[in-house]
Design a protein around this ligand. Structure first.
Ligand SMILES: Nc1ncnc2c1ncn2[C@@H]1O[C@H](COP(=O)(O)OP(=O)(O)O)[C@@H](O)[C@H]1O
Ligand SMILES: [Mg+2]
Length: 310
């Protein structure tokens, strides 16, 4: 197997007595979209800031592109792109002036600079906005301009910190299509999000909670790892059905979702006898085929288990 593009081992950052990032270890392979998932305050931005060389780690090691991320940071910087959570675009410059400014910081000039700027703005579908001031752009446009700025120098690894927060679903899809294009051109992307639908589109995920890695792997494998199946029951009598389901042995959870009850059972359980017992209780429902649990189920499970352990 090829060497991972980024390998992190025991990465830790303390602020005084507080540990924001605690012994994180993970690897990112070339050409993948790696999702970094966790609630506010989990330590996502702190991790990215260490990996971009903006913040020194308290402990741990990392290698990227065959180099030591912390001792050879200067050689790596030109091969990394970073889009911070707070947009770093200059709002009183136009789109194209911003891109020329950032391109200059990366050492691009002349026709190479003009070429890259046009290529990226077209790729991100903001070429026709090039002469607008950044302050006049929508959030979605602004994020795509920021992505264009972060990729002007054709980095190998791209770090995107909550690039789609505050962006509507349509524009969010546009942003993800742009990411897919970048990955197809050979970049590897680490993206943070707390949007679980986005997380589902990542090649692999790391779930962090209070600075610790709680789960790590492909979305499907993570869902299978929960060892559960979920069956949705459509009914008008959802409250009564939920109460009846909760009283049955073998039902791990019965949660409402709109006018449906979502039953969680062990992956190996046969749901038929349980559904028969619910029908016998005189509550009519329609059941959908069993599915894997969702990332939301995984998230709830991880949070509950970490609370129980605390
Ligand atoms: N410079 C700092 N000084 C002290 N605490 C910090 C600093 N930066 C981040 N933190 C704390 O570290 C934790 C993780 O923050 P952050 O990495 O921004 O989380 P996330 O990006 O997952 O929301 C938070 O509790 C935050 O308050
Ligand atoms: Mg953050």
């Amino acid at each position: 197997m090829a060497e991972p593009i980024l390998a992190v081992e025991g990465l830790t950052r303390r602020f005084g007595d507080f540990t924001a990032v605690s012994e994180l270890s993970f690897e990112i392979e070339r050409g993948e979209i790696f999702g970094f998932l966790g609630p506010n305050g989990a330590g996502k931005s702190t991790t990215i800031r260490m990996l971009c060389g903006v913040l020194a780690p308290s402990a741990g090691r990392a290698r990227a592109l065959g180099l030591d991320l912390f001792t050879e940071a200067d050689r790596l910087r030109a091969r990394m792109g970073y889009m911070s959570q707070k947009s770093s675009l200059l709002t009183d410059l136009t789109v194209i002036e911003n891109l020329r400014f950032f391109g200059g910081l990366y050492g691009l000039e002349g026709s190479r600079l003009s070429g890259e700027v046009e290529f990226r703005l077209r790729e991100m579908q903001v070429w026709s906005e090039r002469d607008l001031f950044v302050s006049a752009l929508s959030t979605g446009e602004r994020q795509r301009v920021a992505l264009a700025a972060a990729t002007l120098h054709r980095p190998d690894i791209l770090f995107l910190d909550e690039p789609t927060s505050g962006v509507d679903p349509l524009r969010r899809r546009l942003f993800w299509e742009a990411m897919d294009d970048l990955v197809a051109s050979g970049m590897s992307i680490l993206v943070t999000t707390h949007n679980l639908a986005e997380a589902d589109q990542c090649d692999r995920l790391a779930f962090i909670l209070a600075g610790k890695l709680m789960a790590y792997g492909r979305p499907r494998a993570l869902k299978e790892g929960l060892g559960r199946q979920v069956i949705e029951l459509r009914t008008d009598a959802f409250r009564a059905l939920q109460a009846a389901a909760r009283s049955l042995p073998g039902i791990l959870a019965a949660e409402l979702q709109g006018r449906a009850v979502r039953l969680s059972l062990a992956a190996e359980a046969d749901p038929a006898p349980l559904l028969d017992r619910l029908r016998a209780a005189g509550l009519p429902f329609e059941s959908l085929p069993a599915e894997l649990p969702s990332l939301e189920d995984l998230f709830v499970d991880l949070v509950q288990r970490s609370r129980a352990a605390a």
